[in-house]
Design a protein around this ligand. Structure first.
Ligand code: PMP
Length: 317
């Protein structure tokens, strides 16, 4: 998706003009994939604007850095505050937020310890990740011929740039074959996740999703959906899932901060359920959006308010 510039990017404690937010070509990250990052959203709601699950995303960012032995020169609170200030400075009522921690310019070679650990945060306007109609109509996906990484190769619990080389293989193959997204299996052949989303299925009113041991990112939207489903009285089961369980499910959907809750219409051209968004997917979407748009109480404490100068009325979703 083409980027629309905003005013400022936060880099190592300073607000830099968008066009000046650059790094050196010999930065470690460019050559060895040494960065960890997050993706989250700020939504316009009935009371103002609020970031969805900021603390949890920052916590996962710092966990990713810890796995890769990166010493972050800021606290989680400082990153949270910088995020809030950046959104205010850019006057964005709604935006996608991308914090990144990376090994910068210092020395070359695989050993990263001679390079600084740099931190940046960018925000921009990002619409529906899988297309404007995806949330209602659902998308056509395939099971990828690429697997997710094996345990003890690339750590799946870290959201590292390097993992996204595998994601790109999944995504490009899907697009080249006329699908919107690919779902990868783990190396044991069980369902893992999409290139940038977790996967859920519904059968007889029960919600199923692969466990963390199936090489998935511990998605924050995944956690949100699990908590909302349990709160609605649904049974939620985290267990290994065969590929064919997807084909015969009543409903299948994907979750992610960018993809939100996106129904799946077909997998490998096999129609899932009615081939449209199912009733449980819709119920979960409605509950999810009503919390993040401030239409129902934030009973889990997921919203961090942001002060924005100019405000437009909330658009119908
Ligand atoms: N899996 C992968 C590989 C992802 O890139 C993402 C997006 N961050 C997710 C799952 C969903 O995670 P979240 O709900 O935290 O955005």
């Amino acid at each position: 998706m083409a980027l629309a510039k905003v005013d400022k990017i936060w880099m190592n404690g300073e607000f830099i003009d968008w066009d000046d937010a650059k790094i050196h070509i010999l930065s470690h990250v460019v050559h060895y994939g040494s960065s960890v990052f997050e993706g989250l959203r700020c939504y316009k709601n009935v009371r103002g604007s609020a970031i969805f699950r900021l603390q949890e995303h920052t916590k996962r960012l710092f966990n990713s850095a810890k796995i890769y032995r990166m010493e972050v020169p800021y606290s989680q609170e400082e990153v949270n505050n910088a995020t809030i200030e950046l959104i205010s400075a850019n006057n964005m009522e709604e935006c996608y937020i991308r914090p990144v921690i990376y090994r910068g310019y210092g020395s070359m070679g695989v050993n990263p310890f001679g390079c600084p650990v740099d931190v940046a945060i960018a925000v921009w306007d990002w619409g529906k990740y899988l297309g404007p109609e995806a949330i209602e109509k659902g998308v056509d996906v395939c099971v990828s011929s690429w697997h997710r990484m094996a345990p003890n190769t690339f750590p799946a619990m870290a959201k590292s740039a390097a993992n996204y080389m595998n994601s790109q293989l999944i995504k490009m193959e899907a697009l080249a074959n006329g699908y919107v997204e690919g779902i990868a299996l783990d190396t044991a052949g069980f369902v893992s996740e999409g290139s940038g989303e977790n996967v859920f299925l519904v059968n007889n009113g029960v919600l199923y999703t692969p466990p963390l041991s199936s090489s998935i990112l511990p998605g924050i939207t995944r956690d949100t959906v699990i908590k909302l489903a349990v709160d609605m009285g649904m049974k939620v089961v985290e267990e290994r899932m065969q590929r064919e369980a997807l084909y015969i499910a009543d409903e299948v959907f994907m979750t992610g901060s960018a993809a939100e809750i996106t129904p799946i219409a077909t997998i490998d051209r096999i129609q899932i359920g009615s081939g449209r968004r199912g009733p449980i997917t819709k119920k979960l979407q409605d509950t999810y959006f009503s919390i993040l748009l401030g239409q129902s109480p934030d009973k889990f404490g997921w919203l961090t308010p942001v002060t924005i100068k100019s405000r437009q009325p909330v658009a119908a979703r």
